[in-house]
Each structure stands twice: as structure tokens, then as C-alpha cells.
Design a protein around this ligand. Structure first.
Ligand code: AMP
Length: 507
């Protein structure tokens, strides 16, 4: 059997799974004997990277030497950090985390007399756009992983869930992780799963709840600053770790004590669950608002939408207020948390998907998945006011795997190229204002031989199952080239150098 890992490259924690000898998804522990690995890299005094648990445990020493929540920056073109004179970026950091995941798993396989695996299906948030997906793919390749597919996290979670309970139903995956929040509405029918809508917020997750505890602690102790003001101070890491521990305890206890060191002073504090819930009520409300928005999007496809179950996924779903609030908001919908391993489901689902891709028959398959982003080109608005807008070609409500061709005509005699600007956006309108779109690439469409004026150039926008946009075309039978290069990815030389550097390390 061809074996492939399923990897959940998470904002706070990552997880790796494989299908075991009995055909069931098995989460592999790391060398620290844990099922999940913190997605943290800490650079020690001499600049050596500590990845995973060791990295997270060291974070308290000096927050400025730590890189956490890097997934939130996957498409941030302005991200710039230098640690110990070395420039780092989201692709590089993600590649280190992935290398740690796969190296640990392969060492454990070797102990069992099994061959190493270098292929994987990697999960990404459904709302990830084309560049973020391309960057994830490059990070994996730098870590020596052949990426079989990228799939959406909620789809993977639903696969894991569906593999356990094969009923025909429409359900919602509410995935509140450490740094991100995702909602998807899916329908399972006769073993085929379809996504009806998928939305997300990549700046909303457990860490925001931690920051609220830090803010509260600072206020109680008479400081004027908030977490945002002290982000770059060395003690902040310790405070965030203490806040996270307190938050987790509050999922079980009504009141907890915690301690933090700030500006050479130790502070002892207590916090009640009711206070914590009040402090964070606006964050919970933001998740509920997105749930409603996602339902509205699903209703565009399915006007009689009736959600029968809400499945809570992601570590932050353990906070009791989440279940309570959803129950209050949707009293007639069944809620599932029931220790459904919210933090392992995504990796397991990825492993199930991986086994399907390599030919293993499973009792559930993915039908239509959704695109989650729209793509278009810059052109004049159709209402003749000479305004530049983006005319959408692929819509986020379209199926994930799709191809659309548009015909343009050359303006001049003997053209061998034509300018094209490709944009990504979240709108479902035909025309979208430029400032609501993200420019992916502006470059020339190029073909080899000159053609007469007014020749048809056919340009195809294509999205395959990993959600990455590709643009290509033809002009009088000639191939038209257009490459979309994500801004964060490394150039060929940088990638070579980084690969060599990674090879020198076992994390
Ligand atoms: P994930 O990305 O799914 O691994 O989620 C990690 C997030 O879940 C982190 O912010 C954790 O602090 C949070 N988390 C994990 N367990 C609990 C718990 N028992 N109560 C509250 N939050 C938790």
C-alpha cells in the first residue's frame, strides 16, 4: 500500500496522522510523546532553532526570539523579521515545523521497522487564498515533502467525522483553533460530502482570549499598557503562557489563580470564569456573527437550508461558553463536542483523504468542495464611467475544481504580449471595486509569434483541488504563458540555500 501522511499545519499546534494497518486513521506522537506539536520556533542564544515543544517552552525566556502564529502571516507581504541577523519569513518557519513533524514521525516508524514516508496531504484553512496555499506547498517541499494535495481543514474534519457517523445530514463545522476561526456548512448524502459554504477569520482564535487575560491582569495590577503595547517586551511570552494555562483551567474550574512576571515584579492574580467570559464576550459574538454570515452564504445555494448538527472542532471549543452560546443561539440544533478529539480531527481527516488519493476505497468521498475566493481581472467598468474595476471570472461560490475561459482581442498589429492584472477577492458580484481586491500578479501574457490586430487570445482561469489559481491560454494555437508568483515564496536560489540549511538540522 502506498502510504501518505495527513498533516494539519496549525496556527498554534500541528498534528500528523497516517492510516494504520487496520485501515483507521492514527495520530502519530512526536518525540516528546505528544499527539500535537506546538507550531513555534525559538531561536536560542547562538541562533539555533528549537522547534515544537522545546520552542514553546523556551518562549518565556525571551519573546523576541520566538516565532509563533506564523500561519496568520502566510500572505502578509509586509512581514519582516530578523532574528540573530537571519531574515525569516512564514514559508521558512512553516518548513521547519513541517520538517520536525515528518522527521519525528519517520523516526518512530523506523523503530517499528517501517519505511519512512515523504508524501503528505496538508490541510489549509478554507479561507486561504491562492498565495497562502502556494506558500504552504512551498514550505512542505522545502521540508522534503511531496505534496499529494492541499485540502480545506473543515473538509478534513468533516471527513473524519463522517467516517465515524455515516448519516445523511446537513451539518456545520465550527472550528475555533489557537489563531484562526473557520466555519463550514456541509452536506453528507449517500456517502458523498458537499460543502455548501465556508468562511473564516484568520485573526480570531484562542490567542485572542489569552491576550484578554493578559490585558485584565495588567489592568488589575495598575498598568496602563495592554498586550498590544508590550508585544515586543521579553516578559510577554511568559505572560501569554501563564494566561493560556489559566484559560485552559477555566474550562474546568469556576475560578483560577495565576502568576506572571512583568518588569521584574511577580504578580499573583485570580480570575473567575464569569469575569473571563464577560471580558471575551465580544470575541465569542464575532464567531456567532460569522456563523450567521456563513448560513446566509449557504442559503444562496440551498434556500431551505436546515442544519441538523453543529460540530465543534479546534482546541478553543473546549471553552464551555462556546457550547453554551451556540446552544442559546441555535436551541434546535444538536451540538457535538463529546471529546470528538477536536484537535486531532483535521489530521485524521487528511490521512483519510490521503488514502483515498492513493487508491484505497473508503466509505465516504468528497463531492463538491468550494473555492472560497473569487478571481478576476482588472478592466474598465461596464457602466462606461471609465473606472477600473475587477471583473470576476471564477466565483467563491463555484465548485473548487473549475476552469473558465475568456476571450480577449489584441489591440495592435504584431503583438506578442498583452498586459493582465489578476486579482483575488471575496465578493460574489460580477464587478468589484479595486480596493476590495488583492492583486495576485500584474504581468504580460506572452506568446511566441506576432499576430495581426484583433486576434483572439483565449485566457483560462483554472483552479484544481488544492485551490491554487493557474492562468494560461492560447492565441492562434500558440501557448500563452502567465505565471502567478506568491510574494512570500522564496526564489529558486533562496529555496536551494534554505533547503541546504534545513538538511543540516534535525529539530
Ligand atoms: P488547535 O489550533 O486546535 O490546536 O487549538 C489550540 C488552541 O486551543 C489554543 O489556543 C489552546 O489554548 C486552546 N485550548 C486547548 N485546550 C483548551 C481548553 N481545555 N480550554 C480552552 N482552550 C483550550
Amino acid at each position: 500500500m502506498k502510504e501518505v501522511y495527513g498533516i494539519d499545519l496549525g496556527t498554534t499546534n500541528s498534528c500528523i496522522a497516517v492510516i494504520d494497518d487496520n485501515g483507521l486513521p492514527l495520530v502519530m506522537k512526536n518525540l516528546d510523546d505528544e499527539f500535537t506539536t506546538p507550531s513555534v520556533v525559538y531561536f536560542d542564544e547562538v541562533g539555533d532553532p528549537l522547534v515544537g515543544r522545546e520552542g514553546k517552552n523556551s518562549m518565556g525566556k525571551d519573546y523576541r526570539q520566538a516565532v509563533a502564529f506564523i500561519k496568520r502571516e502566510m500572505s502578509n507581504v509586509d512581514y519582516k523579521r530578523e532574528i540573530n541577523g537571519k531574515s525569516i519569513n512564514p514559508v521558512k518557519i512553516s518548513s521547519m515545523i513541517l520538517k520536525k513533524m515528518i522527521d519525528d514521525a519517520n523516526i518512530l516508524r523506523e523503530e517499528d521497522g517501517k519505511a519512512p514516508i515523504y508524501k503528505a496531504v496538508i490541510t489549509v484553512p478554507a479561507y486561504f487564498g491562492s498565495s497562502e496555499r502556494e506558500n504552504t506547498r512551498q514550505a512542505a517541499e522545502l521540508a522534503g515533502i511531496e505534496v499529494i494535495a492541499l485540502i480545506n481543514e473543515p473538509t478534513a474534519a468533516a471527513l473524519c467525522y463522517g467516517a465515524k457517523k455515516l448519516e445523511n445530514k446537513t451539518f456545520m463545522i465550527y472550528d475555533l483553533g489557537g489563531g484562526t476561526f473557520d466555519v463550514s456548512i456541509m452536506r453528507m448524502k449517500d456517502g458523498v460530502m458537499e460543502t455548501l459554504a465556508s468562511e473564516g477569520n484568520h485573526k480570531l482564535g484562542g490567542v485572542d482570549w489569552d491576550a484578554m487575560i493578559v490585558d485584565h491582569g495588567l489592568e488589575m495590577e495598575g498598568y496602563e499598557e495592554t498586550y498590544d503595547d508590550i508585544k515586543n517586551e521579553s516578559d510577554t511570552g511568559k505572560m501569554m503562557l501563564a494566561a493560556e494555562v489559566a484559560k485552559k483551567k477555566l474550562s474546568e474550574a469556576e475560578e483560577v489563580s495565576y502568576r506572571f512576571l512583568f518588569r521584574k515584579k511577580t504578580h499573583m492574580l485570580k480570575i473567575k470564569r464569569s469575569v473571563f467570559e464577560e471580558l471575551t464576550s465580544e470575541l465569542v459574538q464575532r464567531t456567532i456573527d460569522l456563523v450567521h454570515h456563513t448560513m446566509d452564504m449557504a442559503k444562496l445555494k440551498e434556500p431551505d437550508l436546515k442544519i441538523e448538527e453543529i460540530i465543534l472542532v479546534g482546541g478553543s471549543s473546549y471553552m464551555p461558553i462556546i457550547k453554551k452560546k451556540i446552544l442559546k443561539e441555535f436551541p434546535n440544533i444538536n451540538i457535538r463536542l463529546d471529546r470528538f478529539e477536536p484537535d486531532l480531527a483535521v489530521a485524521k481527516g487528511a490521512a483519510i483523504y490521503a488514502s483515498q488519493q492513493t487508491g484505497t476505497k473508503t466509505n465516504i468521498v468528497i463531492g463538491t468542495d468550494l473555492g472560497t475566493r473569487s478571481y478576476g481581472i482588472e478592466c474598465y467598468s461596464s457602466d462606461e464611467n471609465d473606472m477600473m474595476i475587477v471583473a470576476n471570472i471564477l466565483y467563491k461560490t463555484d465548485p473548487l475544481i473549475i476552469s473558465e475561459t475568456k476571450t480577449f482581442r489584441t489591440n495592435d498589429e504584431g503583438q506578442t504580449e498583452a498586459r493582465l492584472a489578476v486579482y483575488e477577492n471575496e465578493s460574489i458580484d460580477e464587478e468589484v471595486a479595486l480596493n476590495k481586491c488583492l492583486k495576485l500578479q500584474e504581468d504580460f501574457l506572452r506568446w511566441a509569434k506576432p499576430v495581426p490586430k484583433n486576434t483572439a487570445v483565449e485566457v483560462t482561469f483554472e483552479r484544481n483541488n488544492d485551490g491554487i489559481l493557474k492562468v494560461h491560454g492560447t492565441c492562434q494555437g500558440q501557448i500563452v504563458q502567465f505565471e502567478i508568483k506568491p510574494k512570500q515564496s522564496l526564489s529558486k536560489t533562496e529555496a536551494e540555500e534554505w533547503r541546504k540549511e534545513l538538511d543540516m538540522h534535525t529539530f
